[in-house]
Design a protein around this ligand. Structure first.
Ligand code: WTA
Length: 648
């Protein structure tokens, strides 16, 4: 296996070298109180904390608190504290969908916009602890909305703009949110996304379920026509001039919630992951600083959407807390063509670029000339996140995009972890293509077998983390029991990530992917149960089982086994209808890649669907189905295989 040693050039400019990494890591686990007590000073506290860590993973008492008696305001940390020194520096560099469209927002302007939006929210009755739902395209106002909520102590819940009205309604209900911030339309790859229309429909659905929305703040993006509900709907561009440009930040406890972010799990509906204020901000800003080796004046670009956790921690909170210039991109990687990313890199002189393997694979397929026609001379660090990066894509990213000048940080983390947990540091870590390498400060990974026995040395198994770090989620919104069941019940006294991992002889970690019923489609997390429940909601479907299968571009694709109602026949038309139905229920990211009509599904005698077998069939791996003797009707498996082979 190739190892790429840390180059002298990387060492020279980096904040952390290997010796420092080792020394800090050692302190961070032997004396977490001392370590984090010191590093928490990187943010501004209104009232300093006296207690650093108070965390318990004990069964029945999962309780996670960091810096609990300190107070702060997250928005003030991301904006106000920079005004004196960098008020005229660009905070948000916005690149529109159309290459001709861009704009720069300074910290001063950010301050004014956030204050105005906060004042509108206050005027509409929003106070500390209220939930504000944000359903936005990638425009600066999405960041204003998040920071405005944080400024007044409201809890934001950002819903990805690609989700359907149904999905949005479910999240409005889940968070009991009566305030929604959206835009008339989004613009991606030259196509319009009817956000306000979707929002209207979502409000209708939510109202039927008992959750009324009384304020919809609408940002005008395209000027497209929208329906208007008087007294409920408010135009941002009208209201903003009627409120004050100043809004004092509210003093928040370190453990007061900052946001809820819904994410897919192996069972049931998406869960509201809750992150709080102090620990989250310390962790997001510290990881942003060291993982990307951020230096004052660097132009930093994370291509994620603010609808995902990567956008929260590494477009908005981490970079802005550090006074960075953060680039926000409205468009898609292949519009107007597959050279767009590198053009943007040149246009804005980007130094740090952070994207997902799915984008790298897609751009790799588009040909090197799209890359090499841009100079990319400003690039210093390249990052990857969201799914395992295959060594081929890694090597292309390293050699073609970075011309072997830039270290690649393959960052492993999750919505639940708030920030990066396993990653190289640019000036400290020798790289191995495909490995997320070593834990960040304070993170103690452990690999266990299915029975929970701890595996030592070079090994493979289930990835757990044995002690808390400041950015860890605190609870599932409104359901602490589910928090414990999901993450702490499988292996007692440790946090179970749901991922599998290998550890090699150098102690490097290689994430192998989810070991639960979550699939990762183009870096988007999808619960198989969610897709199944969308499918069975169709009148012609009696039963469905969904699994992931390896997909060249997307990493994993969505494979659906569907049993139809008595008397129904599988057909091309029904296939199309089901795909459209799932898109409608969840959103385009959940579109099934394959549907196999199956007269029966393999079940145990107690009625449990054997997904292991379905996964193998979807992978065309018929030889290693394992023990099928416990099935209620083993013949079902032969039918499925015949059927699969006939379709080819
Ligand atoms: C996967 C995204 C391998 C993993 C930040 C995890 C990765 C899930 C990596 C979380 C990586 C994320 N290498 N796998 N560098 N980064 N994953 O919550 O399966 O959207 O559990 O958070 O993505 O996805 P989520």
């Amino acid at each position: 296996m190739t190892t790429i040693a840390v180059k002298d050039e990387w060492k020279r400019r980096a904040k952390i070298d290997d010796a420092t990494y080792k020394a800090w890591y050692e302190t961070s686990v032997s004396d977490p109180e001392g370590f984090w007590g010191e590093h928490a000073k990187r943010i501004d506290w209104i009232k300093p904390f006296s207690k650093v860590k108070n965390t318990s993973y004990a069964p029945g008492n999962i309780d996670i608190r960091w810096f609990e008696d300190g107070t702060l305001n997250v928005a003030a940390n991301c904006i106000d504290r920079h005004l004196a020194t960098r008020g005229d520096q660009v905070a948000i560099l916005w690149e529109g969908d159309d290459p001709k469209d861009s704009k720069a927002i300074t910290f001063k302007e950010l301050h004014e916009n956030v204050c105005r939006m906060a004042n509108i929210l206050i005027e509409r009755g929003v106070t500390k602890g209220d939930r504000v739902t944000i359903y936005m395209p990638m425009i600066p106002e999405a960041a204003y909305a998040m920071l405005a909520s944080a400024r007044i102590g409201a809890i934001h819940s950002v819903v990805f703009g690609g989700f359907s009205p149904d999905a949005l309604a479910g999240r409005l209900e889940g968070a009991q949110s009566s305030v929604l911030i959206t835009a008339d339309e989004g613009l991606r790859g030259g196509k319009k996304v009817p956000l306000k229309k979707n929002a209207d429909k979502a409000c209708e659905i939510a109202a039927k379920a008992g959750q009324s929305v009384d304020t919809v703040l609408v940002v005008q993006r395209t000027g497209g026509e929208v329906a208007w509900t008087k007294d409920r709907d408010v135009w941002w561009h009208e209201a903003r001039d009627e409120v004050s440009a100043d809004c004092p930040p509210v003093e928040m406890g370190a453990e007061d919630p900052l946001f809820i972010l819904y994410t897919s799990g192996s069972t049931g509906k998406p869960k509201g992951v809750v992150h709080t204020s102090g620990g989250y901000l310390v962790y997001a800003s510290m990881t942003h600083d060291y993982v990307f080796d951020y230096h004052d004046g660097d132009i930093y670009w994370c291509t994620a959407d603010v609808g995902w956790v990567t956008g929260h921690s590494y477009i908005v909170y981490g970079p802005l807390a550090n006074g960075a210039t953060t680039l926000m991109f409205e468009g898609v990687p292949n519009y107007p063509d597959a050279g767009r990313m590198w053009e943007v890199v040149d246009k804005h002189k980007v130094n740090i670029f952070y994207t997902a393997p799915t984008a790298i694979r897609a751009l790799m397929g588009a040909g090197d000339d799209k890359v090499t026609r841009a100079s990319r001379a400003t690039l210093k660090v390249l990052g990857s996140v969201g799914e395992p990066i295959n060594p081929e894509a890694w090597t292309w990213y390293y050699k073609v995009v970075g011309e072997e000048r830039c270290p690649i940080v393959d960052t492993w983390w999750q919505t639940e972890t708030g920030g990066i947990l396993i990653t190289p540091l640019p000036g400290a870590t020798a790289l191995k293509p495909g490995s997320a390498t070593r834990p960040f400060f304070g993170v103690q990974p452990q690999i266990v077998d299915n029975e929970g026995a701890v595996l030592q040395g070079a090994t493979e198994g289930n990835l757990c983390i044995i002690d808390s770090w400041p950015g860890q989620m605190r609870t599932v919104y409104g359901d602490h029991e589910r928090f414990e069941q999901t993450y702490f019940a499988t292996y007692k006294n440790k946090y179970f990530t749901g991922d599998g991992a290998k550890r090699d002889e150098d102690g490097y970690f290689w994430i192998t992917g989810r070991v639960d019923d979550v699939i990762n489609v183009s870096g988007h997390r999808m619960g198989t149960a969610e897709v199944e429940s969308a499918l069975v909601a169709h009148p012609k479907v009696s039963e469905a089982a969904v699994v992931g299968y390896p997909h060249d571009m997307k990493g994993q694709g969505i494979y659906c086994y569907v049993t139809l109602m008595e008397g129904e026949e599988g057909s091309e038309a029904l296939h199309k209808e089901l795909v459209a139905h799932v898109r409608n229920e969840i959103g385009p990211i959940a579109s099934p890649d394959k549907i196999q009509f199956a007269p029966g599904l393999p079940k145990t005698r107690s009625g449990k669907i054997m997904r292991r077998i379905l996964r193998k069939i979807a992978e065309d791996d018929f030889g290693s189905l394992g023990d099928t003797s416990t099935l209620a009707d083993p013949a079902v498996v032969d039918d499925l295989i015949d059927n699969r082979q006939n379709k080819k």
